[in-house]
Write a protein that binds this ligand. Structure first.
Ligand SMILES: CC(C)(COP(=O)(O)OP(=O)(O)OC[C@H]1O[C@@H](n2cnc3c(N)ncnc32)[C@H](O)[C@@H]1OP(=O)(O)O)[C@@H](O)C(=O)NCCC(=O)NCCS
Length: 158
């Protein structure tokens, strides 16, 4: 699994990726995520969006954060730590182990410390998103009692 930066070349393929209809409440569309990345970066904060490629084929999208983005109700864990902000595998390619491979690639990338060393990686998910919760738990993420809006926050010590 390879992470490739969002560029003018792959942007329009990435925004066409979709999750299954029953999952649409679990993750923003890739268009919304990339717009959020734009406003985050122009405000001087960090957003790192990538296409996920398996054997050279685009299968999903991931976006990382680092530190806060200046919102009032951000979880405390965001300060000085990495975040897997968005993750999706296109519905056509789910259930084949690609989510796991994406998480492995994501954590390897974070451990290159693109924004400097940090102690934790955190993420959040809707309480009904049992597939994501199971995936994250299998990588050692543990709920820390915080919420990000209506999403449960879970944390991994890096
Ligand atoms: C979550 C997601 C990325 C998993 O991708 P995937 O390629 O289907 O995952 P994998 O095939 O690698 O499965 C990895 C693990 O996810 C969990 N999982 C995947 N599909 C599941 C399902 N339908 N029900 C329960 N658990 C599931 C399991 O823990 C599974 O491990 P196992 O096979 O050892 O039991 C994918 O379902 C997705 O894009 N969902 C919609 C967007 C989303 O919810 N993103 C996360 C937002 S927080």
């Amino acid at each position: 699994m390879e992470l490739r930066k969002v560029t003018s070349e792959n942007l329009f393929s990435i925004v066409k990726l979709t999750v299954n209809e029953s999952q649409q409440n679990f993750v923003a569309s890739n268009t919304e995520s990339i717009l959020e990345a734009y406003v985050t970066v122009t405000a001087g904060n960090v957003a790192l969006p990538f296409g996920l490629y398996e054997d050279g084929k685009l299968v999903g999208f991931i976006m990382f954060g680092y530190g806060g983005i200046g919102e009032e109700d951000e979880p405390k864990i965001c300060e000085g730590n990495y975040c897997i902000w968005r993750l999706m595998i296109d519905g056509r390619f789910q259930g084949r182990g690609l989510g796991k491979k994406a998480m492995e690639a994501a954590l390897s990338y974070i451990r290159t410390w693109p924004c400097g060393k940090a102690e934790y990686c955190w993420l959040s998910y809707e309480p009904e998103n049992t597939a994501a919760a199971g995936l994250y738990r299998s990588f050692g993420f543990v709920e820390n009692g915080e919420m990000d809006g209506d999403e449960i926050v879970a944390v991994l010590k890096l």
